[in-house]
Design a protein around this ligand. Structure first.
Ligand code: GLN
Length: 557
């Protein structure tokens, strides 16, 4: 059978969760034994989000092939088994880059190069490429209907329907049905307008996913159906939920998959969502809490660490725990009067995530020293590994000015530096070490205990790396290198054997964690944090009991 396409568009406002909707539809179709692929088109002109600030764009998700992509691809991977690559995320900038390169080469044989058909053809070709070898390709169009910049993508999907016909294409529109408190009513007008907007560019949606905070009663559904020209059963209540992992179950209850398959004339087996039901059951029935402090620089904007947060959730769910995350602004830990102990003492585990630039580094070092000395489980990811090495060099090995050359190019002790620059790799255009690299794990280490294997593959996104010239000093001080690239060039993992749980990794394990397959590093870290929390609380309780039995001490306080 040739692939069927489901196009997901969004209306009324942004942030309605189109990415999660697309991912959840993919999850439902997989649960019926179908093979899916997912892709996203972003209407902005940047060639990829790699150069955009996390405040602007949120997290940059990295695929195995080293593409820097939109964070929705993270949702796609967490909810499905689709193998994503740079083919699964296109921006307007990248589409145009291709077209302009062709034009310069003379590929258009003297023709005038235009949005229709040249840009739309390029977009359609990209869609067809990801639809090879799958039953259903789900294509998400970024932005909101009515935006000027998403028009070429909209026109391309309109043409896809024209070309392939109704049985091969399905339009799903995600829209908003707000509850207006003053009127005590759900309002359908924004949805009506949004569908009108779609109709004006030649697209009649088949299914409306209506984001709302309450169930849509039959009369509301029939009103929307009438005005928007869809069947009543195709007006779906996409009700807000506390956990994103519940979205597939919400869609299943509303029969989104059954309806999509009916419209697309696809036969599939009954859905089996038992594993997702189990996850959601865990979400709502935790045995206890675990509290992790994340010390970073973009902490006020949670989207910058989307995959990290989800990976921690997966790690917590694996132990039936409820994750409490506190984002700690690294700069707030700096300086003599920061009272960092007070800020850090109530965490079961401390994590320093990836990041770029100098701001907040000294605060991260304070947090790492605290975790190391107080034996609080520590997990350092990318920058968090680099800073852990700097902290160790300074405070354990006595190299007072040790640093990364990213933050102090003149440091006498470049514990972290740009090895590849020295080797001239930079000139070849590869400024970042990106994507999947193999790593060999040392037997007998915590890393080996965690992974249970000697060879792993993880995704990277960094420029700087551990300087092997300091290996002897740091290992003599008690740091252990527990993972390296098979040729020994790059240090990939470090740990402190004398500590209950202290791991740093140069890669980003969060990109490979899924709710149904929690990443071993996150599972182990959260487990260690929970154990530490139990110990911390029982020691605190014991101290309080002791205080109670020694009233003269209390009196003196
Ligand atoms: N800034 C560091 C580097 O470029 C760390 C990068 C990261 O944490 N992703 O190597």
């Amino acid at each position: 059978m040739s692939a069927k396409y489901i196009f997901v568009t969004g209306g009324v406002v942004s942030s309605l969760g189109k990415g999660l909707a697309a991912a959840s539809i993919g999850c439902l179709l997989e649960s019926r034994g179908l093979k899916v692929n997912l892709m996203k088109f972003d209407p902005y002109l940047n060639v990829d989000p790699g150069t955009m600030s996390p405040f602007q764009h949120g997290e940059v998700f990295v695929t195995d092939d080293g593409a820097e992509t939109d964070l929705d691809l993270g949702h796609y991977e967490r909810f499905t088994h689709a193998k994503l690559s740079r083919d699964n995320n296109w921006t307007t900038g990248r589409i145009y880059e291709q077209i302009i390169a062709k034009e310069r080469r003379g590929d258009y044989l003297g023709k005038t190069v235009q949005v229709i058909p040249h840009v739309t053809n390029e977009i359609k070709a990209a869609m067809k490429k990801v639809a090879q070898d799958v039953d259903v390709a789900i294509v998400e169009i970024g932005g909101t209907v009515g935006d000027i910049e998403s028009l070429p993508f909209m026109e391309a999907i309109r043409q896809m329907r024209q070309e392939l016909g109704r049985e091969h294409t399905l339009f799903v529109h995600v829209t908003l049905v707000p509850f207006i408190a003053a009127a005590q009513e759900l309002k359908t007008k924004p949805t009506q307008h949004s569908v009108k907007e779609l109709l004006s560019i030649g697209i009649q949606p088949d299914i409306l996913l209506c984001r709302t905070d309450r169930f849509l009663a039959k009369d509301i559904k029939s009103k929307i159906a009438l005005f928007c020209n869809v069947e009543e059963e195709a007006v779906i209540t996409a009700k807000d939920v506390a956990s994103i992992y519940e979205v597939p179950l919400v869609f299943a209850r509303e029969n989104v998959d059954t309806l999509a398959l009916k419209y697309l004339h696809v036969e599939a087996k009954e859905r089996d969502l038992s594993k997702w039901e189990d996850i959601v059951h865990r979400v709502y029935n935790p045995k206890a809490d675990v509290t992790i402090g994340i010390v970073g620089k973009y902490v006020e904007y949670e989207d910058s660490y989307k995959s990290l947060k989800e990976a921690l959730v997966h790690g917590a769910l694996a132990h039936n725990l409820k994750l409490q995350v506190n984002w700690i602004e690294a700069e707030g830990l700096e300086g003599a009067d920061s009272q960092y102990e007070e800020q850090l003492q109530d965490y079961d585990g401390i994590l320093v995530p990836g990041g770029f630039g100098k701001r907040g580094i000294e605060g991260m070092l304070v947090a790492i020293r605290y975790a190391r000395e107080k034996k609080v489980p520590y997990f350092g990811i990318c920058l968090g590994m680099q800073t852990a090495c700097v902290e160790f060099a300074r405070n354990v090995c006595g190299l007072a000015d040790a640093n990364s050359s990213e933050f102090d190019p003149a440091t006498p002790h470049r514990v972290i530096y740009k090895l590849r620059e020295l080797r001239g790799v930079e000139e070849l255009g590869g400024t970042m070490r990106l994507g999947a690299w193999p790593c060999k794990i040392e037997p007998g280490t915590l890393a080996y205990n965690v992974y249970g294997k000697l060879e792993i593959s993880e995704r990277h996104r960094h420029r700087y790396e551990f300087n092997r010239e300091y290996e002897e000093t740091l290992t003599a001080g008690g740091l252990r290198i527990s993972g390296s690239t098979p040729d020994g060039t790059y240090v990939e993992m470090v740990e402190i054997p004398e500590h209950p749980y202290f791991i740093g990794c140069q890669f980003h394990p969060e990109f490979k964690s899924k709710p149904l397959e929690p990443h071993p590093l996150f599972k182990a870290f959260v487990g260690a944090a929970y154990e530490h929390g139990l110990k911390r609380r029982s020691e605190k309780a014991a101290a309080e009991v002791e205080m109670f039995h020694r009233p003269e001490k209390v009196g003196r306080r």
